[in-house]
Design a protein around this ligand. Structure first.
Ligand SMILES: Nc1ncnc2c1ncn2[C@@H]1O[C@H](COP(=O)(O)OP(=O)(O)O)[C@@H](O)[C@H]1O
Ligand SMILES: [Mg+2]
Length: 280
């Protein structure tokens, strides 16, 4: 299953990359589906996409794609495998770095291990344009950590009250404890765009009132669509299994919107990102 995918296109350490985390307060709101389908949409739009599956314990990016990676980042940390051994090819030109079960170890590395990992990450010979991180749900240290190192944060909500309160709690912690000010909001599994906008203004109102200087951007909504669970059952990305479905069209629009609205200062070199991730 592993591929020798890191050939050609010799890497430019100074190339810019957009690091986007997909996160939520509550689990089961559609994060992994968002990561995969945004990834496929961005790939279709000509971007080189790397997906980092950082959902501790729940590695579902690979399951949703019907992949069974043998190794993950912990094998690299332990010096047993190289990065090209663990990275797997997804649909199109998408690459996936399975990290979920090794994620905790990233925070406990010795200096030697950090330097070794950083060397490898920096010499990856592909210039990715976008790194999408599936952070998992909640406000655990790991979820906060990945959101802090990302340039942009997409917080996924549904209309369920628990999703709203938990998502708001996540934004609040990132704002109060870590000084994060800008969040993109995506409402998933919703009947109409109008309902999504109403939910967004509710979240916005509370945030504006209690979190001074916060900026929430309505990224869009994904409709409730029976094609989504069908694609999950087939272990294929929705955008490839049901390209004409309403949810697929919504994902494409959201990907286009993301590309049209890069934010100043919300990019950096890949080297800088890995350095921040490893805290070196
Ligand atoms: N837009 C949608 N329409 C219908 N069902 C959806 C939609 N988005 C997600 N789902 C369902 O919700 C389930 C959970 O999604 P998933 O991406 O695994 O959530 P998370 O990663 O946040 O835990 C999926 O298996 C799918 O069946
Ligand atoms: Mg998930």
């Amino acid at each position: 299953m592993t591929v020798n995918c890191l050939q050609g296109n010799h890497g430019d350490k100074e190339a810019q990359i957009r690091v986007i985390s997909v996160t939520s307060g509550k689990g089961g709101v559609g994060k992994s589906n968002v990561v995969i389908n945004l990834g496929v949409a961005l790939d279709k739009l000509g971007k080189k996409v790397l997906i980092l599956d950082a959902d501790l314990g729940l590695a579902n990016v690979d399951v949703l794609l019907g992949l069974t990676p043998e190794y993950n980042i912990s094998h690299v940390i332990r010096g047993e495998k190289s990065l090209s051994d663990i990275i797997v090819s997804g649909p199109g030109n998408i690459k996936i770095m399975p990290a979920s079960s090794g994620v905790q170890e990233l925070t406990q590395l010795t200096n030697d291990q950090k330097v070794m990992l950083l060397d490898m990450l920096e010499s990856m010979p592909i210039n990715f344009d976008v790194l999408l991180i599936d952070t998992g749900a909640g406000i655990s240290d790991m979820v906060l950590y990945f959101n802090m190192v990302a340039h942009e944060k997409i917080v996924v909500f549904t209309q369920e009250p628990t999703s709203l309160t938990d998502g708001y709690a996540l934004i609040k912690v990132l704002y109060q404890k870590h000084g994060e000010r800008f969040f993109r909001v995506l409402i998933n599994n919703i009947e109409t765009e109008k309902q999504a906008k109403t939910i967004f203004s509710q979240i916005s109102k509370v945030a504006d009132h209690f979190l001074d200087g916060i900026s929430l951007d309505f990224l869009g909504s994904i409709p409730r669509d029976t094609s989504v669970p069908k694609a999950v059952m087939q272990q294929k990305p929705l955008l490839l299994a049901f390209p004409d479905s309403p949810a697929s069209k919504a994902f494409l629009n959201i990907a286009k919107r993301l590309l049209k609205t890069p934010l100043p200062g919300q990019q950096g070199t890949i080297r800088l990102f890995w350095q921040r991730l490893l805290n070196v």
